[in-house]
Design a protein around this ligand. Structure first.
Ligand SMILES: [Zn+2]
Length: 267
């Protein structure tokens, strides 16, 4: 399958290192007046091993940065899982393997794409969510963590109800998604998009990306979405620069979902 590459990844700007450092430093400076800050990365559409996946894991391993991995249950097989797991041997606690929908297909005929949208019945949702979880629990065992990342970052209230009833710890969508999660279901949402950006020009894309990143860090909650299948050389080079820069900020806590939820439970 051919995956589209966003305009910003055609070439990195010459001053990319400086710009990244300035952006992260400015976000931290604004944030430090308002308490603790955390930052996580969520990599979507995981299941099939390959060159980009290997490279992604190596960067996070090299910088010792945690990563949430959103696994599509229907795409995963035992040999695939053993290959993925084999690349993540160095520190089991760095990786948060969790669920990304069921088959990652769109069921809506109108409007935005959704796997868990308004046309699905409660029985359909229970079947897909519960079946997906069962499959991941069987294959991943102790490595599975019950957070649900929505394909296309959206769903309706019925889905949130099913997730809560099935005992998921949290749901992950875009920051500010409606309807909001409530009750026992926490939200661990993303607010920075690296690889599915839609801007027509690289200049507009970089401006918006740096604005998003600075605001997210300043707000004390930064969730960065990664799509390894759409990454080219420039995208990997930037990820390297970003992780290196983030590691220099001691007040910024680099975490994954389980760290955030354990912290909420202790608070
Ligand atoms: Zn996805």
């Amino acid at each position: 399958m051919q995956h589209e590459v966003s305009a910003i990844w055609h070439r990195l700007p010459a001053d990319i290192v400086n710009r990244t450092e300035r952006c992260v430093a400015a976000g931290c400076e604004q944030q430090s007046r308002s308490g603790d800050a955390h930052l996580f990365f969520r990599a979507d559409d995981i299941a099939v091993p390959g060159r980009n996946f290997t490279r992604l894991l190596k960067i996070f391993s090299d910088y010792r940065v945690p990563l949430c991995l959103a696994v599509v249950p229907a795409w995963l097989t035992r040999p695939r899982w053993l290959a993925l797991k084999g690349l993540a041997q160095d520190a089991a606690s760095r990786w948060c393997w969790h669920q990304h929908g069921w088959r990652h297909v769109n069921h809506e005929t109108k409007g935005k794409k959704q796997e868990f949208g308004p046309t699905r019945s409660r029985a359909d949702l229970e079947h897909d969510i519960g079946g997906g979880r069962q499959r991941l629990e069987n294959l991943l065992g102790q490595d599975f963590y019950p957070v649900f990342t929505l394909p296309w970052n959206r769903c309706d209230q019925k889905t949130l109800d099913v997730l809560e009833d099935l005992g998921y710890a949290a749901v992950s969508r875009s920051r500010g998604s409606r309807p909001p999660a409530s009750g026992g279901l926490a939200s661990v949402d993303v607010n920075v998009d690296l690889h599915t950006r839609k801007e027509k020009t690289p200049a507009a894309g970089w401006q918006n990306l740096f604005d998003e990143l600075q605001q997210a860090i300043a707000a004390g909650h930064c969730g960065i979405m990664v799509h390894h299948q759409r990454m080219n050389r420039a995208a990997f080079d930037f990820l390297d620069i970003l992780l290196k820069t983030l590691k220099t900020q001691k007040d910024l806590e680099l975490v994954h979902f389980k760290n955030i939820i354990d912290e909420k439970r202790c608070a």
